[in-house]
Every structure is written in structure tokens, then in C-alpha cells.
Write a protein that binds this ligand. Structure first.
Ligand code: AMP
Length: 217
């Protein structure tokens, strides 16, 4: 089983990826996480990726494709895998299709978590952080005990720059501009769109049903 998970920032994709990985006993691979880890480790790849990521750009297709090819060749992927954050461009999608063909692997199942932009803006602007211990809160569902104060050290909580509404709208527009053509390349018939605006457990159930139905085809 090869799953590709698409969804805008703030849609709960990470939670669903973890749930699917557990449910189907496959590794969840996030290209963003791999780049962040390489960045931290200060490897050659990490240094390149760091520069690109901090400028808000995309890592080059060749580099990402090579990294994914190496990752999915590892033994833990023998029974399938889930990719989150890849493919992000049509050339990546084409190269990924070639990779699967070369290895005699099946076509991927494409799951698209769809959430209305307004709902995402509300969710994402609710995030707060303690500037001292960096603990994250959400005023909607993980509120601090005292309004705007960190439970651990009493610091005044702040809103991060990338959670400001204008920045969030920009991130959402960038996501739409990138993902639209990739989903278009897979074609409507191949993409299973799930309502990501429901409660996380309901989204998980709907995603699981979509995966099982696609697998049974
Ligand atoms: P993410 O955590 O998926 O938002 O990824 C964080 C950053 O990693 C992105 O902003 C890109 O700079 C880089 N990145 C992750 N996946 C890809 C990809 N498939 N193609 C190009 N760049 C990527």
C-alpha cells in the first residue's frame, strides 16, 4: 500500500499521517521532516536544504527525488509507505511514477484532506507560544490555565510571526498554487477527497474508509 497524503497547513495532516501509519503498519515519511533533521545534523544536504527552507523556497526536484528514492528503498518500506509533503510539483509526481514503475510497485492512493480556508485561518491563528520555554498552546482546544500566560513559567504567551493572518493566507495560497497542478496530474478519478473539517477521529474514520475502498477496487 502506497499512500500520498495531501492537505493544507493546519488541516491536521500530521495527526492523520500518524494514525494511518499505525493502522496500516507502514512508515509515514515526511520530506519536510527529513530536511529539518538533515539541517539540524549539519550535513551537506542539510546545509543546502536549510538555506532554501529559510528563504521559503522549495528544494530542487532532483535532490528531493533522489532522497525519496533512497528512503523508499529501505527495508521498512517493503510492505508499503505513506508520503507526506511529496510529490509537491508535477515533475516530482512524474519522477515518482517512474520510480514506482521501475520497482514494479503499484500506483499510489492519493488522499486529499480538504478544509475550508476560513476554518484553517481560525485554527492557525489560535496558536500561542511561550517565548521562554517554547511550549505551544492553542486558545481553542489547549488553552493555558490563565489567559495568555504559560502554565509552566507564567510568561506572557506570544503569537508567532508565521501564525499571523496575512502570513497564513499567503501560506495557504502557496499551497493551493503548488498542490492544485499535482492533484490535477493524478486526475479526479484517482484522488479521494476527504472532509478534513470534521473532528480528528471522524476524519481518521473517513480516511480509513477511503483507503480500504480504494484498496478493494
Ligand atoms: P513541510 O514540512 O512539508 O512544510 O516542508 C518544509 C520545507 O521543506 C518546505 O518548505 C520545502 O522547503 C522543503 N520541502 C519539503 N518537501 C519538499 C518537496 N517535496 N519538494 C521541495 N521541497 C520540499
Amino acid at each position: 500500500m502506497i499512500l500520498l497524503l495531501f492537505g493544507p497547513p493546519g488541516c491536521g495532516k500530521g495527526t492523520q499521517a500518524a494514525h494511518l501509519a499505525e493502522r496500516f503498519q507502514i512508515p509515514a515519511i515526511s520530506t519536510g521532516e527529513i530536511f529539518r533533521a538533515e539541517c539540524k545534523a549539519g550535513t551537506e544536504l542539510g546545509r543546502k536544504a536549510c538555506m532554501i527552507m529559510s528563504g521559503g523556497g522549495l528544494v530542487g526536484d532532483d535532490l528531493v527525488n533522489r532522497l525519496v528514492a533512497a528512503r523508499i528503498a529501505r527495508p521498512d518500506c517493503a510492505g508499503g509507505f505513506l508520503l507526506d509533503g511529496y510529490p509537491r510539483t508535477v515533475p516530482q509526481a512524474k519522477q515518482f511514477a517512474a520510480m514506482l514503475r521501475e520497482r514494479g510497485l503499484p500506483d499510489p492512493m492519493v488522499i486529499h484532506l480538504d478544509v475550508a480556508e476560513e476554518a484553517l485561518v481560525v485554527r492557525l491563528t489560535a496558536r500561542r507560544q511561550c517565548p521562554k520555554c517554547l511550549r505551544i498552546y492553542n486558545v481553542m482546544w489547549q488553552a493555558p490555565r490563565q489567559p495568555d500566560r504559560c502554565d509552566d513559567d507564567g510568561e506572557q504567551l506570544i503569537m508567532r510571526d508565521d501564525d499571523q493572518e496575512a502570513v497564513i493566507r499567503q501560506r495557504l495560497a502557496a499551497y493551493r498554487a503548488l498542490t492544485g497542478p499535482v492533484l490535477g496530474w493524478y486526475g479526479e478519478a484517482a484522488v479521494r477527497t476527504v472532509d478534513g473539517g470534521l473532528a480528528p477521529e471522524e476524519v481518521a474514520r473517513a480516511v480509513e474508509t477511503a483507503v480500504l475502498q480504494t484498496a478493494a477496487r
